[in-house]
Unconditional design. Structure first.
Length: 396
């Protein structure tokens, strides 16, 4: 049987259209953006707004409405212990698979630390009882982490980690308990307590926020649905891409690929990769396009193998933990980063020489984003080495 080869240029064409980045493929709503990307990274609350605006022109009020009024998009701790914004209908799949895996990992680790720190002889029971107490408190009314700590003395405890090490010290236990609950799905991030750029939510029970605690799919079903949607958004993808994205195992990925009937293809370098069985046709190339995306945007972070859109720029645009900073794109490739000047104006920082057409298009995108931000400044901790060097040189 002849195996289809998918070129790098075809992968970039898919990226432009599937990710709603090329002008003719922008979408009309926040919900459509989230669906197109499978989910949006939400570790930084501002990134959800910036990612949605880039692809749809959504206002901050549009994003607020989707997240906090209509609740068609929900925040969920899931793959790789990361917060994502998911379409409401994908919650049963992720909660039964990747999020459940994270919840079990977090709970087991915390139980061991509770015992090691002498807080309880039976760490698992202590964690379970404390989670029940937090959930009971939240059934009375939503609360911030600080309010929960004031109400529940157990949450004021601290854990000693890595004594004597530079990265060790005393760490509060409250975020660890809330992480277990958030991954498990019984508690969700509700209304923000400190604006759209700050991760300080009012924690809320799932039944209060969503109307009912969504049922969970079985683990195998859940992973299959995540992989089915990921393949449409990001395919072709390798097994390594999926293992990394899911934070799962090769066994889980192989089973899910089989369950969705994925078709094996070859990448330009000959590596095996996968697409959906209904997605083997070639995608038409788009006109050249420019885009500015925020730190940790799913287009930047969607694959483990990034050469087809990143080339040799990783050391300049990703930190040592593999987190991508704000990026500037030209026609399917990352060509630099962006930052904001002290007055709020967005400035593009090229990493490679750019043709005049690209410079003009990226300048127009910077002006569009400057107008949308309207004086608000977003300072991501995931600024790239390239942008940090620019800021140091300019004194910003």
């Amino acid at each position: 049987m002849v195996v289809l080869t998918v070129s790098d240029s075809q992968r970039r064409a898919r990226l432009a259209t599937r990710h709603a980045l090329a002008p003719d493929h922008r979408v009309a709503s926040v919900e459509a953006v989230v669906a197109a990307m499978t989910c949006l990274h939400a570790t930084e609350p501002a990134s959800v707004h910036l990612s949605a605006h880039a692809r749809s022109g959504a206002t901050r009020d549009d994003v607020r409405r989707a997240l906090h009024e209509d609740r068609t998009v929900a925040l969920q701790l899931a793959m790789r212990r990361t917060v994502f914004a998911f379409p409401r209908d994908l919650l049963p799949a992720v909660r039964g698979s990747a999020a459940a895996r994270v919840a079990a990992q977090l709970s087991a680790r915390l139980a061991k630390e509770v015992e090691a720190n002498g807080l309880a002889d039976d760490g698992a029971t202590w964690v379970a009882d404390t989670c029940v107490a937090v959930h009971s408190r939240l059934r009375e009314a939503p609360a911030t982490t600080r309010q929960l700590r004031e109400a529940l003395p157990a949450l004021e405890l601290r854990l000693e980690r890595a004594p004597g090490k530079s990265y060790g010290g005393q760490f509060p236990i409250a975020p660890q308990i809330l992480g277990v609950l958030a991954a498990g799905g019984s508690v969700v991030r509700g209304e923000p307590a400190a604006g759209w750029k700050v991760s300080r939510p009012f924690w809320t029970t799932a039944e209060d926020w969503l109307g009912a605690d969504p049922e969970r799919l079985g683990e195998r079903e859940g992973y299959a649905e995540l992989v089915r949607r990921w393949l449409w958004s990001f395919g072709p993808g390798t097994e390594a891409d999926l293992v990394w994205w899911l934070g799962g195992t090769k066994g889980v990925v192989r089973q899910a690929l089989a369950d969705v009937g994925a078709v094996e293809v070859r990448l330009a370098d000959g590596s095996p990769a996968w697409v959906r069985h209904d997605d083997t046709a070639e995608v038409a190339a788009t006109e050249p396009w420019a885009m500015l995306l925020p730190a940790l945007d799913p287009t930047t972070m969607g694959w483990k193998g990034r050469d087809f859109y990143l080339g040799e720029l990783a050391p300049r645009l990703f930190d040592t933990n593999g987190n991508g900073g704000p990026t500037a794109w030209w026609n399917g490739r990352i060509v630099g980063g962006w930052t904001q000047e002290p007055d709020g104006a967005v400035a593009v920082v090229p990493a490679v020489p750019l043709p005049r057409t690209a410079r003009r298009a990226l300048t127009a995108e910077a002006e569009r984003l400057t107008a949308w931000l309207d004086g608000e400044i977003v300072r991501s901790p995931y600024q790239s080495p390239l942008v940090r060097a620019h800021q140091a040189a300019s004194g910003a």
